[in-house]
Design a binder for this molecule. Sequence first.
Ligand code: PHE
Length: 552
Amino acid sequence: MSEPSAPLATQDARGGFGSRLGFILAASGSAVGLGNLWKFPYAAYANGGGGGNEQGAGSFVLIYLLAVLLVGLPIMLAEILIGRRTRRNPVGAFKALSPGTPWKLVGALGVFTGFLLLSYYNVVAGWTVEYAVKSVGGEFSARTSEVGDSDLRDRLWSDFRATPDSLAQLPAPPAPTSALLTPAAAWAQFAAAHPAAYAELEAELRAELWQAFILDPDFAALSATLRKEILPGKLFNEFLASPLRQVGWALFFMCLSVGVVIAGVARGIERWTKILMPLLFILLIVLLVRMLTLEGAGPALAFLFVPRAGQLCSASLLAALGQAFFSLSLGMGAIITYGSYLTRRTNIAAAACAVTLMDTMIAIIAAIIIFAAIFSYGLVMQDGGAGNLFTAIPVIFMKIPGGTYLCVVFYVLIMFAALTSTISLLETVVSYFIDERGWSRRKATTAVGAAVFAVGLPSALSFSVLADVQFFGRSWFEMADYLCSNWFLPLGGLLVALFVGWRMTAKELREELPPAQLPRLPFVLWRALLSYVAPAAVLVVMVGILVGAVQA
Ligand code: PHE
């Protein structure tokens, strides 16, 4: 951080995107990734139906959308602007815009966050490779026989408990305290109040259920489908519990990202993203249409989009806000870095809108697909739904003709979406070492890649050997994710908003955003959002959590 960056004008030798479309694709490539496909449905589940709150994720999704529009979009434009104006890595950018001030620490925070975020993101990226390979082998449909009777019994039992009728069979009424309590929650309450009676009852009912199932005339057909359906969940848990495979795929994925970043970001990514991003989008639309025709579609849409009062606590507010930053790649300088490869002619306001829209659409579509599958097929999500991209999706493909092949295509595309995001994370950290420390691209990339992989090891092992090592009730993996998405990214974004909103003059901003590109009214609105709304939103939520923590 000691060396000053080169003056603005001499940095034109920097690689650049060939076109505005090239930038939009690359930035969308960074934004669209596991954040949309894996984390958003999972966060909605954890902060809605799965996390002890049984009423659905409507409020969470609504807050998320508001956060994207009022906080994410303005900061997206601010980051692109900083990047293109300075043509630097995040630290160099703040140094150039505000020399001799501590603002460069915002860039440093970003580089640090990118480093930590990549360390666990890379682990989940490895999961996509495992699943691409698994689906080539047809493992989901081929290994039916391995789901034994005891799994089947568990499955029958949890399905039964989730049906409204099951309540009527309880001899002693479990007295649901509120009409809103789902059967599962009522059962839980009953179990807690009368453990012995509950255990006896459960054993009895389970046996009865199993007996009835065996005697069913459609037994053979029924058990074949049920066995298949629970297979993905079982496979996923086996995979999580294997330290070797977790570490192996993480290593593989890191090598992949290092390879691409050494080759230079702009050209390689631009070429591939042009083909693969639209393909992913098309496949998602196909799946969406298919899922909307199923009976679970209605409940899924209601679950996701009907907000209800009292669904949210300040922790889930922060999670929704953090998710917006995570999904849009904001708050750590990735977009500053990509913006630095952008040419002067580009209309960055239009680019910011395009990227934000694309990213949000994909997150919403992914969530609809996954929840429609959960509701249509009565899937039970374990571990707060952390694996739903890997447990719910295979079930969908098992039921589509030709699904085995489509499943391969799907996971390969997801793998690519993850890769375009890991690349942007790695590139941000690497560009700091190249620009500010004078390292060669090869040296910086290899060293950073190796260090990130090492720091990611405890994340890769968080589901097996290190599962019991907890930090404030979270595994290393969960803690890293919690800190990055809920705290560091929003904090970084807050500081970017304050910087552009308060430190940069209207004249400076207008040099990057002439009235032809952003008319007066939206310009004023944008500055107001940056100066007041975004910082206030982040601060209020954060302070709310801290105060709550102090009081607890
Ligand atoms: N936005 C990416 C995703 O949704 C993750 C990411 C976060 C990438 C921050 C870069 C910076 O998967």
